[in-house]
Design a protein around this ligand. Structure first.
Ligand code: ADP
Ligand code: MG
Length: 665
């Protein structure tokens, strides 16, 4: 029986049995493996029949829902799902699970044993019986409470950030730095920028590099690319207030790295604040300067006032003495020298007075072109033959209102300085021009008040000045010239005159490139009055009228009295206004003229004249120079039309003026 054939069959069978056994063992091992996996897996597992009765669950599933395995077996799937999800889930079973054999991942909620709800994500698969008919479903379920919470937090943060970024009042931009091969930052790209950024800069830079968005940035005095390059690379934050020349604005900005080689910049525009600060600094500076000038001016003016009176006396007596000696007499030439020196001293005190702004000024409406043209001959002589004087008058110049002698003083002082600055050959250029300054220009320039100005500029091709010197120039007594050569009063006088006329002065200079002074005088709004021709030098005039002379300075009184009496007049001297009023009453009908000083202790000349005119409405008055110590009270200006003579005066000047007033209607 044990044929070889049979034997082979038995062998085959045994082999088959052995294989079966080993397959069974494998199957068992595999099942165990899956069971362990199934039990220990983090994700929950459930299987149900087609009616939804729960068949099988794993440990995670039980913990997730708070039921035991046994409890779950008595429940249906819909017991665990809140009603609002039922319809949606049946739809998924019908549309995905049955036709496809599985569903895509979807989200819904589960209800725990204690009634609380929680979010889950799951996928459902179809089970088929041997005939291939749907017999049940199983699902892998994950509790997504934590994920939902994180998502909500992230969303919240994102919304908050977005709201701040898009609508916030601070310009914000994100950038990626661009480096060259050597690692040097050469540009950066704007990845994003918010609305405020676009508003503040007027530029939409998104997607562009900074060189594209702000052409010329590499020439800005501040190294933007270099500074941000190091922020993006080193992570070192910068906070700066910086002027951006490319669009003329100031920014307060902070820049920091938010990931390597990237940076974010947040900024506010502070142009208005910066302007206000600069304005305040300028004003403070001007105030200090004005106060300094004021006190030095008061000192200088006070000294000059007394000094000037003395010079008047010296000049008067010299003149009278000169009449008593022949021109051939050696004494005559001595007296001439004394006269010249006294005259020069008078010019100097006049400068001091102008500087102290205590000089009487007689403003007139002027065409600067005419005034300057009238000075040219004198200025040419002043600066000498080696220096070429160029005159470039501006066309249809606006009028200004000021004392022409002040223009003379300005031009002389500036031209003398120019001459001193030129070694050898050179040129001085005087120009005039109309100038309009807008508010904006005032903010950025040295210009104080916007408006219409007439510019008078004096430039030279001289040695120029170091920058450090410029702030000192207008200081009284600032000079670089040797003892006896400079007084340091030239420019401070110019400054004083310009300020007195509500103008301003600027200076531009560089060593070796000459100097330009620009003086801006306010345009005079009214029409130009016809210019009055100055009196030519006249011989001493005589007369026999009675003159009431009011002067509180005794030496001045004596000299003036002598001058008048010599010419035949009768003088009623009054050393106070009180005496003058008494004398006026006593000599009611004989007084033809009152000559009075302007500033006197009891009453000023103008008020004295007004008082006497209530008695004698036709009384003629001549006011004498009177360099006032009280410039505010009379504003340095007499009543319009008042007759006036400036101290010190020569006898001829004086007697001619007296005659002129006596003969006037
Ligand atoms: P002073 O001429 O008596 O020295 P100023 O007030 O006129 O006084 O001038 C002050 C100083 O300013 C001068 O000593 C000189 O150093 C400088 N300065 C003025 N004008 C010029 C100029 N045009 N070029 C160069 N330096 C000048
Ligand atoms: Mg000078």
């Amino acid at each position: 029986m044990n044929t070889p054939d049979n034997q082979k069959r038995i062998d085959d069978l045994e082999i088959a049995n052995l294989e079966l056994a080993s397959m069974n063992a494998e199957l068992k091992a595999s099942e165990q493996k899956y069971r362990r996996l199934f039990e220990s897996m983090m994700d929950a597992y459930v299987s149900v029949d087609m009616a939804g009765h729960i068949l099988e669950t794993n440990h995670s599933y039980q913990t997730m829902l708070g039921y035991s395995e046994a409890e779950l077996k008595s429940l249906t799937y819909s017991d665990l799902t809140p009603g609002k999800w039922h319809a949606a889930e049946s739809g998924i079973v019908k549309e995905q699970v049955i036709p496809l054999g599985y569903s895509f991942a979807y989200e819904k909620e589960y209800k725990r044993k204690d009634g609380t709800l929680f979010p889950i994500e799951l996928r459902t698969f179809l089970l088929r019986d041997d005939a291939g008919q749907p017999s049940g479903m199983w699902a892998i379920i994950r509790d997504i409470t934590e994920r939902k919470r994180t998502e909500a937090v992230l969303h919240e943060a994102e919304w908050k950030f977005q709201a701040l970024f898009t609508k916030g009042p601070i310009g914000v931009a994100y950038h990626e730095m661009i480096y060259d091969e050597a690692g040097k930052p050469v540009d950066y790209r704007f990845l994003d920028a918010n609305e405020c950024y676009l508003e503040l800069t007027g530029v939409d830079p998104r997607g562009k590099t900074v060189r594209q968005a702000f052409p010329g940035i590499e020439n800005d005095p501040f190294d933007w690319i270099g500074t941000f390059g190091s922020v993006a690379r080193t992570g070192k934050q910068v906070r700066i207030e910086q002027y951006f020349k490319t669009n003329n604005r100031w920014y307060d900005l902070v820049a920091y790295q938010y990931k390597p080689d990237h940076f974010v910049a947040a900024f506010q525009e502070i142009t208005a604040r910066k302007q206000a600060e600069a304005e305040r600094a300028k004003l403070a500076e001007q105030l200090t300067q004005a106060q300094k000038m004021e006190s030095v001016g008061r000192l200088a003016g006070g000294v000059a006032h007394d000094f000037n009176n003395m010079l008047g006396v010296i000049l008067g007596h010299v003149e009278m003495a000169m009449e008593q000696v022949k021109k051939s007499d050696p004494l005559y030439s001595d007296l001439t020298e004394i006269q010249k020196a006294a005259q020069r001293s008078a010019d100097l005190t006049r400068q001091l007075l102008a500087f102290g702004r205590k000089q009487f000024i007689m403003p007139e409406v002027l065409d600067l072109n005419e005034t300057v043209a009238g000075m040219l001959k004198m200025l040419r002589r002043l600066i000498g033959e080696n220096i070429n004087l160029v005159w470039q008058p501006g066309a249809t110049l606006w009028p200004v209102k000021m004392d022409p002698s002040q223009i003379d003083q300005i031009l002389i002082n500036l031209c003398v300085n120019a001459r001193d600055a030129i070694a050898g050959i050179g040129s001085v250029t005087i120009e005039t021009e109309n100038k309009l300054f807008t508010e904006a220009e005032c903010a950025h320039n040295t210009v104080d008040i916007p408006g219409e100005y007439v510019l008078l500029s004096v430039s030279d091709s001289g040695c120029g000045m170091e920058k450090e010197m410029l702030p000192l120039l207008f200081e009284p007594f600032f000079t670089t010239k040797g003892v006896g050569k400079g007084t340091g009063l030239g420019l401070s006088t110019v400054y004083g005159i310009v300020k007195q006329n509500n103008g301003f002065i600027t200076v531009y200079s560089e060593p070796g490139h000459g100097t330009t002074f620009k003086i801006y005088l306010p345009r005079h709004a009214g029409r130009r009055e016809p210019a009055v021709a100055p009196n030519p030098e006249l011989p001493a005039q005589r007369g026999s009228e009675t003159i009431l002379l009011v002067e509180d300075e005794p030496t001045m009184m004596t000299m003036t009295t002598v001058m008048l009496e010599k010419q035949g007049y009768t003088v009623l001297p009054a050393i106070t206004p009180g005496i003058a009023i008494r004398l006026a009453h006593e000599h009611a009908d004989t007084i033809a003229l009152m000559i009075t000083d302007v500033i006197m202790p009891e009453m000023n000349g103008r008020d004295l004249a007004r008082t006497l005119r209530t008695l004698y409405p036709t009384l003629k008055c001549l006011f004498m120079s009177a360099y006032t110590a009280n410039v505010i009270a009379i504003q340095g200006i007499l009543d319009p039309g008042a007759q006036f003579i400036q101290k010190p005066f020569s006898r001829n000047e004086f007697t001619a003026k007296v005659r002129e007033v006596l003969d006037s209607k």
